[in-house]
Structure formats: C-alpha cells, structure tokens
Design a protein around this ligand. Structure first.
Ligand code: A2P
Length: 315
C-alpha cells in the first residue's frame, strides 16, 4: 500500500488540457513553487512527458516531495478492455516518471479500438460499443490497479448519475471522484447532490468556461462566462478577478477545480482564489446563472457509424 491513500485531494489543481508544450514545463514548476499540490493530467492531452520532467525536477530540487503532491491522470478510451487497463496506466506512470498515481479516472464513457492509441478517432468504425466493452468491466480492471498499488484512488469522468449508479451497483471500490465540466452556466446541481450523497468528490473541469472555446465552430454563439456581467460586478465588489469569483463559488460548494493556465500571473491568480470569500448573496446571484451550457458537449463523438450520440453519453 502506498502513502497516497491517506492524502486529501487539494481543492485547487493545475489543469493541463490545451497547455502548450513549450510553456508547460515552466508552468508546472512555477505552480508547485507557489503552492499548488494537485496536477491534473491525461494521456490524450499529449503532454504527460513534459509534466513528468517538471515533476522529476521539482522532486530532485527538493521543492516538494512525492508524498505532498496529488497527481491525477486518466484511462484513455482506447484502453477500456480490462486486459489493456494495466498497460495503459503503466505507460502514464512512465511518462509522468511516477511509481503511483493518486487518482486514475475513466476519461469518458466511450470506448475506441486499441489501435487508436493515445489519439482521437477519425472514423466511426474505430469506436467500440459499451455492450462489447461494458463500463463495469473496465471498472473491475481499475479496481485491480488499486489492489496492485499502482494507483491510490480510482474514479470516473464525464459520468452521469445513471452511469455512476450503475458503477456503484457493482463496485468493490467506490468511485472516489467524478470529473465533469462544471461552472455557473452548467451548475450540475443534481449530479453534485448525488455525488455528495455517495461520498464522491466532484471535480470541475473548464471551471472558467474557457477551455472548449478554442474549439471554434462548435462553441460559436455560446456565451462567454468570463465576460458575464453578474460575475464581473461581484469581482469588482471584492476587488478580485472574474476568474477568482468563478473558482471561489465552486470552492464554497465543496467542488474541486482544475483551472488550466500556463501564464504565471493567471496561475497565481487562480491559486489565490482559495482565499476569496463570497457572501451568501453573491452565491445566490451566481446560482441563478445556470443555462445548462456545455462547451465540451461530446458532439465530437457523433460520427457516422460510431454508435454514440452526445445524448447517450450524458444520459
Ligand atoms: P492561459 O493559459 O493563457 O491563462 P478552463 O480551465 O476553464 O478550461 O480555462 C482555461 C482557459 O482560461 C485558458 O485559455 C487560460 O488561458 C484561460 N485562463 C486561465 N486562468 C485565467 C484567469 N485567471 N483569467 C482569465 N483567463 C484565464
């Protein structure tokens, strides 16, 4: 058993989706230097090797010890077959230069053929149905990783209540966390209530509602969360930034956040959101902003012959 099992997940982590390779090494080092103790990674982000170098150097310079850091990564869609799960985590561990992960998540309730590797599919015939590789069988292989000491905790990502319930129905080890898109335009209240009732941590990706927006066409016409007037007014009142308001709102409802930035000023600003206290009135105003707007809407899995629809993923 490794030491990580007793750790608490730090509520603010550094997101690394869409982080430019050239900036990421410095961003991770800087984040650790200023106090981040949680890094969120995934093989599909294509940058784990760079994160691994930064972690290795932070450990060798004694900036931090392995025990003090929480590292999350994810099982990519191409490795859902139970016999492929251990190989996938071992590749991730090698890239990150670690001997265990604090948390390993099933990235999506979507399966690809193994031949796709750590990439995205380009054709519908590269998908595998969940009837063929059931999520609960993948979960069984995730549980084996805990027993082998390769990961301290396991969880899921992009799971709905019904998929979580189905996992809970068979789990020997219950999901530790569900990582989903979450921000005031997509409050995820019912999911949060379900997670709280079942002792599952909800982690918000795209907490600034910004990551998916670089994704051109798909998000055209969707409102900009960081430019929202209610958020801007609350930020002005507290002399903080809109991003800090968005993060402080999540922390107040006990949701973990993993804002992505490779910019020193914004990395620090996001971390400092941990000391921003919103009033009950501010929180009520933000709670009213929900419009069920997903920036990462899963329509990219809808391809002729894929067998998946966004609706079937979120149901
Ligand atoms: P950058 O890396 O240049 O800072 P999310 O985590 O919601 O996906 O948001 C990530 C996006 O928001 C990135 O484009 C990031 O750009 C930007 N961002 C991160 N932190 C802040 C901040 N404090 N204020 C404004 N934009 C931010």
């Amino acid at each position: 058993m490794n030491k990580s099992a007793k750790k608490q997940i730090p509520k603010i982590g550094l997101g690394t989706w869409l982080s430019p390779e050239a900036e990421l090494y410095h961003a991770v080092n800087y984040a650790i230097q200023i106090g981040y103790r949680h890094i969120d990674c995934a093989p599909i982000y294509g940058n784990q090797t760079t994160i691994g170098k930064a972690l290795h150097d932070s450990f060798s310079k004694k900036l931090i010890s392995r025990d003090e850091l929480w590292v999350t990564s994810k099982l990519w869609n191409s490795y859902h077959a139970p016999e492929d799960v251990e190989g996938a985590v071992k590749i991730t561990l090698k890239e990150l230069q670690l001997d265990y992960l604090d948390l390993f998540l099933i990235h999506w309730p979507v399966a690809f053929k193994k031949s796709v590797g750590a990439n995205f599919v380009s054709h519908g015939d590269e998908f595998v149905s969940l009837q063929k590789v059931p999520l609960n069988e993948t979960w069984g292989a995730m549980e084996d990783l805990v027993e082998k000491g390769l990961v301290a905790n396991i969880g899921v990502s992009n799971y709905s209540i019904s998929k979580l319930q189905s996992t809970l129905n068979v789990a020997r080890i219950k999901p530790f966390a569900n990582q989903v898109e979450c921000h005031p335009f997509l409050k995820q209240s019912e999911l949060l209530e379900f997670c709280n009732a079942n002792n599952i941590i909800l982690t918000a990706y795209s907490p600034l509602g910004a990551g998916g927006q670089s994704d051109g066409e798909r998000n055209k016409g969707k409102p900009l969360l960081l430019a929202n007037k209610v958020i801007a007014d609350i930020a002005e009142k507290h002399a903080v930034t809109p991003a800090q308001v968005l993060l402080a709102w999540q922390l107040a409802r006990n949701v973990c956040v993993i804002p992505k930035s490779t910019n020193e000023k914004r990395i620090k600003e996001n971390f400092d959101a941990g000391s921003v206290r919103l009033s009950t009135e501010d929180i009520a105003l933000i709670n009213n902003l929900n419009i069920n707007c997903r920036y990462v809407d899963a329509t990219f899995f809808e391809m002729p012959g894929s067998g998946y629809t966004a609706a079937s993923i979120w149901e």
